[in-house]
Design a binder for this molecule. Sequence first.
Ligand SMILES: Nc1ncnc2c1ncn2[C@@H]1O[C@H](COP(=O)(O)OP(=O)(O)OP(=O)(O)O)[C@@H](O)[C@H]1O
Length: 254
Amino acid sequence: MSNNVIISVENLTKSYGQFQAVKGITFQVMEGEIFGLLGPNGAGKSTTLEIIETLREKSGGTVTVDGFNLDTHPNNIKSVIGVQLQASGYYPGLNLLQLIELFAGLYHRTVDAEALLESVNLLDKARSKFTQLSGGQKQRFSVATTLINNPRIIFLDEPTTGLDPQARRSLWDLIKNIREQGTTVIITTHYMDEAEYLCDRIAIIDSGKIVALDTPDKLIDDLVASGFERPKQVKLANLEDVFIHLTGKSLRDE
Ligand SMILES: Nc1ncnc2c1ncn2[C@@H]1O[C@H](COP(=O)(O)OP(=O)(O)OP(=O)(O)O)[C@@H](O)[C@H]1O
């Protein structure tokens, strides 16, 4: 991780009618880090990500991505970020190679589709259709689609939801690999073990506000230092304790 700020969000707000979903949040993401956004359902994570991704209008605040201001240079931002394409765009008649070539064309890029599939361990499925893949393979393909435009930053929204433990760990390795190539990663997750394992720093969002932002270790140490103790546990606290302590809500899948 470098000392260069690659994403800066200042006092970001978003209202849907009378309802304020994002209530003035400020954070920075450093170049080369894996940055996690954690929070209960409805906390405002997807809204925040989609604003940074230029997919949703903000109500107020300032967002800068790789030096480009969201208000004045959204197209420059689009060219340096990779987002997961919706599965609905995976035309059922096309195989994985053809899909990657199609998406590359949309980005006006040429891409070595086989090398890209190899990098996510899907070369042997190159001529399969998306619907023929397992859940883990689908997620790995979805991550591959974020890399087509050789982005500086990728956004992963709950990439391991619904996967079995092996598939999750395989995806974790893939995400770490992507970061080792120098790409900054922003990820949302409801899994505290995943955040603890993958993320250099996390922001915990609750009801549209950031209630904590630090490394997982520091957040746990701070909670322990505050006198918190887990009953009948060898370890005094884990990241889930930090989260529940701060937000008062347990994670739940919908
Ligand atoms: N288009 C919309 N119109 C009205 N309200 C919306 C809209 N999109 C989101 N919201 C509301 O804004 C709040 C934040 O939603 P958001 O999807 O950002 O939360 P989230 O943290 O990503 O939740 P989850 O973990 O469930 O994905 C929620 O209360 C949601 O109902």
